[in-house]
Design a protein around this ligand. Sequence first.
Ligand SMILES: [Mn+2]
Length: 281
Amino acid sequence: MFHSILHFPIWQGGGAPYGYARGAGVLRKIAAQFCPVIDVAVEAADFSGTREQVKAFVTLQKHFAKAKAALDHMPMPILTIGGDCVADYMSLAHALGRYGETMALLWVDAHPDINTPATSPSGNFHGMLVRALMGEGPAAMTALASHKLTANQLFYVGIRDADMDPEEFRIIAAQKIWRTPVAELEAHRWEPLFAEIRRRGFTSVYVHVDSDVMDLADYPQAVVPVPGGVSAKALVAFLQALRANFPLAGGALTEYSLEFSAGPAEEDLARRLLVDGFGIG
Ligand SMILES: [Mn+2]
């Protein structure tokens, strides 16, 4: 299914280290049992470097360049693990470069991550990367994705009104961007989504999963927690159904921060997501 795995525990898109390194370590340990893992080392950063309203701008640029260098030598499709939501910014750019408008992007997350630098309340790039992939944002960031993502290619799964910003509501409505709510996932009603992907003519899907799409009962350590998420069980079943229906252009498991605990329960959840859900076993 996936031909290689990129471990990129970047946290500078999320504003602070939290438990990103520890969570990424758990994911890496499990992934390495099944597939060779390519590592992109992440340095500590100086957060004074806000530029164009994006925190850690230069640090992000430096790390994205390192990720790109690794990706260029990896067989596709690639699964990216670890880090905050920006961990697969370069993986997405890479997949868009390869698959262009034939690829659907499923953004499985509590948040739509579609702010601009001007509308982001935090200045953290992990809330802006979808918009940057669409070509809106600092030129140095948007230039990293040669093929721009369109609203037609974008499908939101599990995003919740409770933690969306006004600009995010605006653009999702204005561009008529698809939304599959948590209740539909929980009920295993994903056929309308799959039918729409087929109707629009996409031949592969890239699936980006932010761990905060899950309910706090199953994953309580989210950096940006939003109540009312999907159960881990339904998320795994969704990923299995997705893989059974479409070839993958790529995937990512991000925001698996383990700030407070990294014991057997957290390892088991990571294993279910990676092995049963993403199918790396
Ligand atoms: Mn999120």
